[in-house]
Design a protein around this ligand. Structure first.
Ligand SMILES: [Zn+2]
Length: 278
């Protein structure tokens, strides 16, 4: 194949492949079908909540297939997903803010809607991201209760679904987590430098879920590896046997994946990727 064909192919594949957020884990002791989301202890980690809610994600007829995109890895330059260097960032306005239009489906209760809106507005407190109700903009995030908690990575063009299932996903930290995906960020433990900070224990990972631990060729925007990122999986993510799949090094007892909101480094990454004025 001619080099130009290869480049074109890589570009197309990279454009089409969306790294989506999917976590799937069954935790012993979790009541999977007990109904009301208020019965879920608030202290569940963000990834445990997402994993729990995504048990059957991708099975609804019109849900996209939930996979981690891996092709974009070869072309990447940015922390965030490599697509951020190819145009999947949201545009910065001349006033320095990045306006991201949103629509919230009318599936939610008032209370759920308030939680989602609080998550959206939280970005305005520490970054130049301004989620605001869509008027006529072409590109926007469409928040819906679909099968599980998931998002595309980066701006896709047109209306892009961010799924926050009513059962299990409407929590502040999950809202922030999924929106960070939509802004272009991947999971922290897939960073290019993760092997210096965590050890992945493959023999404890559920069969077929190994792709969730695939490392990406990221530039990390000058930020340190962040165990406290709201984008970091918890220690037992996708465990097949209840044993850890991610062990911090050198100190295995460091807490990971327990963030209840964006860490200062999550905020810093948003500000650096979008060149927000500090
Ligand atoms: Zn995720």
């Amino acid at each position: 194949m001619a080099t130009s064909t290869v480049i074109l192919l890589v570009f197309l594949l990279g454009t089409l492949s969306t790294v989506q957020c999917q976590h799937e884990e069954t935790k012993p002791g979790l009541v999977g079908n007990s109904g009301h989301i208020d019965s879920i202890p608030v202290n569940y980690t963000v990834s445990a909540l997402i994993e729990r809610a995504n048990k059957n994600a991708g099975q609804e007829l019109d849900d996209p297939e939930i996979t981690e995109g891996d092709i974009a890895v070869y072309t990447g330059l940015q922390n965030a997903d490599p697509c951020t260097s190819r145009g999947c960032k949201w545009r910065r306005s001349s006033d320095g803010n990045v306006y991201v239009p949103y629509v919230i489906a009318n599936q939610y209760s008032q209370r759920e809607k308030a939680t989602i809106e609080k998550g959206l507005q939280s970005f305005a407190q520490s970054t130049c991201i301004r989620f605001r109700a869509r008027k006529k903009e072409r590109n926007f995030v469409h928040i819906q209760s679909r099968g599980g908690c998931w998002s595309y990575v980066g701006r896709r063009g047109g209306g892009q679904v961010v799924s926050l299932a009513r059962r299990g996903c409407v929590y502040h930290k999950v809202v922030q987590h999924e929106l960070l995906h939509a802004l272009g960020f991947n999971h922290e433990q897939t960073r290019s430098d993760r092997d210096s900070h965590v050890r992945i224990i493959y023999q404890n990972i559920m069969r077929g879920q190994e792709h969730n631990f695939r490392k990406k060729n990221t530039n990390n925007l000058g930020t340190p590896y962040d165990y406290g990122s709201v984008m970091h999986y918890s220690q037992n993510a996708f465990s097949r046997n209840g044993k850890p799949t991610i062990v911090p090094i050198p100190d295995p007892n460091v807490a990971i994946g327990k963030a209840t909101e964006m860490s200062r480094w999550d905020i810093m990454r948003v500000n650096r990727l979008y060149k927000c004025k500090q």
